[in-house]
Design a protein around this ligand. Structure first.
Ligand code: ATP
Ligand code: MG
Length: 456
């Protein structure tokens, strides 16, 4: 953080300077003593499993002399001597309060990205586009919650000219909270799917929760949404500007044609009087949607079509999002995470390999509560007409295979664990095949992808 003193931080988070120099600067903020440096401020976060206050001594031993703590949780205050200490009621809330205060230091376009899937991909695409003209900040990895987002905000500096911030949620109020910190001027909602439906009960409620991203909008702000999405298409312009993108006519930005150009997708877009062509270094159709979102953000931030074209060409995604490894057979590693919508997107991608034998290795999708069975069955039904062989892995994934079988797919095998599936795949996969590997994060399906890669 640039130039924020303990005094200012204390005002923002209604804390008390209990020791030290109130004019000293917080500098870099760290919540992890394993990665802390002597000049950092250590914020002791109380987590579900660990209490950061138990690590104060370890931070002190590493030379740290600046702390944000909850006084009731500090037994031994000997480290207060010679340190600057800000005492607050709730350190996690203080993290948000300080980030909220710091946000106003910079008069730059703040862009929020949310949605059920494609947040990180879209954020990276927006970043790639805006970076053609503006020095742009973004979250690293998946730092998109009430802790990761403030930490991302602290990395903002006066050299930045824009910031694109991914916001995740699992229930009502969470996006509202993140939006209260960022107060985005431009927001993107990628789609409304099934993830976290266990907490929210219906897609309508998920839409409401995602719309919290507009809580701090005024009439100068812009909401950018996928207008082909069954929920988002129902939105009508209100007190702010709205841009809808998609393949269906009637959207503001319409993709009229997509061509596969050996490893890239080239697509044509109509936007009012403009007809433009773009390419992205990805073969996933869902990334055409993400690219249209990035394009709209680019235009809103004053970029020209040539800059947007260059930015999209330079898009690089994170690992395990449709990573393609070409050996004697092709492995599509999409093992980062899964929900019914991203499963369908990945199956579409697999189905694009029309000439090849298509094998889908699909594992459980978690956090779906009472919708779990339905969600897995939707995927089974979708896979049935599109893949040649289905291998399901895990408890809930049995519903994928049983539904696929009911829908007429004959070549279906289910395994309770990865090991069984791996041994089966060793026998099954042959040169020329294409294998999609996907499941929720905790299913660790990358182990299957890596195993296939090593063996091929
Ligand atoms: P998380 O909630 O875990 O942060 P995310 O929303 O950031 O996920 P990404 O990491 O960008 O999502 O993508 C996860 C997977 O979702 C991708 O590998 C891809 O299969 C799929 N995906 C990406 N974009 C879209 C999209 N626009 N529509 C549907 N599926 C998508
Ligand atoms: Mg993400």
């Amino acid at each position: 953080m640039e130039g924020v003193t303990f005094n200012e931080a204390a005002l923002w988070c209604k804390g008390t300077i209990a020791a030290g120099d109130s004019q000293s600067a917080l500098g870099r903020i760290s919540i992890d003593t394993r990665k802390i440096e002597p000049g950092d401020t250590y914020v002791a976060i109380v987590g579900e499993r660990l209490d950061g206050h138990d690590f104060i001594e370890s931070a002190f031993e590493k030379g740290v002399r600046k702390f944000v703590v909850e006084p009731g949780r500090v037994d031994d205050k000997s480290y207060y001597a010679g340190s600057t200490v800000l005492e607050v009621e709730d350190t996690t809330k203080a993290l948000g309060d300080i980030a909220r205060g710091y946000r106003d230091r910079f008069d730059i376009p703040y862009i929020g990205v949310t949605g059920s899937c494609g947040k990180t991909s879209t954020r990276n695409m927006v970043w790639s586009v805006l970076s053609q003209k503006l020095s742009t900040h973004k979250n690293s990895g998946n730092f998109n919650n009430h802790i990761g987002l403030p930490l991302t905000m602290f990395e903002l500096g006066s050299s930045h000219q824009a910031a694109v911030l991914e916001m995740g949620m699992s229930g009502f109020g969470e996006i509202e909270y993140l939006a209260s910190i960022v107060r985005p001027r431009i927001a993107v909602i990628t789609n409304i799917g099934y993830s976290h439906i266990e907490n929210l009960g219906s897609k309508e409620n998920i839409l409401k929760a995602k719309l919290e991203i507009t809580s701090y909008f005024d009439e100068t702000c812009t909401l950018i949404v996928n207008g082909d999405d069954e929920q988002l298409r129902t939105l009508r312009p209100g007190s702010y500007k709205m841009i809808k993108f998609g393949f269906e006519p009637g959207n503001d930005i319409v993709c009229t044609e997509v061509r596969d150009q050996g490893g890239m997708l080239e697509f044509s877009v109509n936007w009012g009087a403009h007809d433009e062509k773009f390419s992205i270094p990805s073969k996933g159709m869902h990334n055409v949607y993400n690219a249209m979102a990035a394009m709209a953000v680019g235009i809103e931030c004053g970029l020209g079509f040539d800059e947007i074209r260059r930015g999209l060409l330079q898009f690089e995604n994170e690992k395990m999002r449709l990573d393609i490894v070409e050996k004697s057979f092709i492995i599509i590693n999409d093992a980062y995470n899964a929900n019914p919508d991203s499963m369908k997107a990945a199956i579409d991608f697999l189905a694009g390999y029309e000439e090849k034998r298509k094998i889908a290795v699909l594992a459980d999708m978690l956090e779906m509560g009472e919708f779990s069975r339905e969600g897995h069955e939707i995927v089974g039904e979708y896979a049935a007409g599109r893949v040649d062989i289905l291998v399901s892995v895990g408890g809930a994934a049995a519903y994928i295979s049983s539904r696929a079988r009911e829908c007429g797919l004959e070549n279906v095998v289910h395994f309770e664990d990865r090991q069984g599936a791996m041994e089966y795949l060793d026998e099954l996969v042959r040169p020329g095949d294409v294998v999609l590997v996907k499941g929720s994060r905790s299913m660790k399906m990358e182990e299957i992808a890596n195993h296939l890669q090593e063996g091929s």
